[in-house]
Design a protein around this ligand. Structure first.
Ligand code: KMH
Ligand code: ZN
Length: 300
C-alpha cells in the first residue's frame, strides 16, 4: 500500500534537508550540528509529516565533515528516534574530494544523492564531471545504496540519460530538482514543468526550491503530483525576516497538502512509492499523525 486518496493522488513524500553544508551557526541557531540534534530533528520532522531526511554532518562547532564515524553516529541517532528514510549526501561541501564525499556510503544508508553535473555554485564551482559521477555511481553500486538524482540545471538531466545510455544507470529513478541555486537553473514554474516533461517514464520526482522559492515550488509540486523537499539546507527563513526551524517548514507543507486533498506519506508508504524495501524493525510513527489528520490510505 503506497497511500492514495479517493482521487487517486499518490501520497506526498516530504524530504527534510535539515542542515546542508553552506549555512553557519552564526546565520541561524537552528542548524542540527550534532548526531543528537539530527536525531531530535528527525523525530520532530517525522511527527510533522516528513518521510525522508537528507543528511550532511557537521562538527560540534559547525564545520563540514565527511567522517564516517560522524555519519554513523548520525545514522544511529536518526534510526533511534524515527523511521525516516535516511539519505546521505555525496555532494558534501565545496572542496571535498570524491573519496571524502563517498566515504560514508560504506555505512549503507538506504539512499544517497548523485548530482548529475557540474554547476556554478555562487562564486564557487560544484564539480561533478563524468569521471566524478562514474566514481560516485560505482560506490553507490558497491554498497547497494539507491541514488536520488540531483538536477541543478537542465543539462544535468541530459547527463543522467547519457549515464543510462552508457549502461551505468537504469531508469526509472527518483529525481530531485534543486532550483534557484545562484549559477543553476532558475526556480520558476516554467522550468519545473519543462524538467518534469523531460523525465524518463516512471521516474518519481521532488523539487527543492532555494530560498524564497521553496514555498511556491513546493505548493506547485503538491498540485502536480510530485514530491517536496524543504529544510534549512535550502531555505533558512519561514517568512521574510523570520528564521525557520526544520519541523515548521515540514508542517507547513503538510498543512498545504492537506488543504489540497493530497495525503502525506508515512516513511513506510514513502518506501513503497520510491521502490525501497521496507526497513526491518522500523516503527511507522508518522502513521499516527496521518491517521489523526484523517488522511491515511485507509481513511481516504
Ligand atoms: N553542498 C553542496 C555543494 C548534495 O547534498 O548532494 C552540494 C549538496 C548536494 O548539498
Ligand atoms: Zn545536500
Amino acid at each position: 500500500m503506497t497511500g492514495e486518496n479517493a482521487r487517486g493522488m499518490e501520497a506526498l513524500v516530504i524530504t527534510v534537508a535539515a542542515v546542508g553544508a553552506e549555512l553557519t551557526p552564526a546565520q541561524t541557531p537552528h542548524l542540527p550540528l550534532t548526531p543528537e540534534a539530527l536525531g531530535e530533528t528527525a523525530a520532530r520532522c517525522e511527527a510533522a509529516g516528513a518521510a525522508l531526511i537528507h543528511v550532511h554532518c557537521r562538527t560540534d562547532d559547525g564545520r563540514n565533515t565527511s567522517d564516517p564515524a560522524r555519519f554513523g553516529a548520525a545514522l544511529a541517532a536518526i534510526r533511534a528516534r524515527s523511521g525516516l528514510i535516511v539519505q546521505f549526501t555525496t555532494g558534501g561541501a565545496i572542496g571535498m574530494t570524491v573519496a571524502e564525499r563517498t566515504a560514508p556510503l560504506a555505512l549503507r544508508p538506504e539512499m544517497a544523492t548523485l548530482t548529475c553535473g557540474t554547476v556554478n555554485f555562487g562564486d564557487d564551482v560544484f564539480e561533478n564531471s563524468f569521471p566524478i559521477m562514474r566514481a560516485i555511481l560505482a560506490e553507490l553500486q558497491r554498497y547497494g545504496v539507491r541514488p536520488e538524482l540531483e538536477i541543478f540545471d537542465a543539462g544535468h538531466l541530459s547527463n543522467a540519460k547519457r549515464l543510462a545510455a552508457d549502461g551505468l544507470l537504469s531508469f526509472p529513478q527518483h529525481v530531485d530538482f534543486v532550483l534557484g541555486v545562484p549559477g543553476g537553473l532558475d526556480a520558476s514554474v516554467r522550468n519545473l514543468v519543462y524538467l518534469v516533461d523531460a523525465l524518463p517514464a516512471g521516474c518519481t520526482w521532488s523539487v527543492a526550491g532555494i530560498g524564497r522559492a521553496q514555498l511556491p515550488l513546493a505548493t506547485v509540486a503538491i498540485a502536480m503530483g510530485g514530491h517536496v523537499r524543504v529544510g534549512l539546507e535550502d531555505n533558512m527563513y519561514y517568512a521574510i525576516g523570520r528564521l525557520a526551524q526544520n519541523d515548521e517548514l515540514v508542517a507547513r507543507v503538510t498543512r498545504i497538502a492537506t488543504e489540497l486533498g493530497r495525503p502525506v506519506a508515512t516513511p513506510a508508504q514513502a518506501r513503497g512509492i520510491l521502490g525501497l524495501p521496507p526497513l526491518a524493525g522500523a516503527s511507522d510513527a508518522g502513521a499516527a499523525l496521518h491517521a489523526s489528520q484523517g488522511q491515511s490510505a485507509a481513511a481516504t
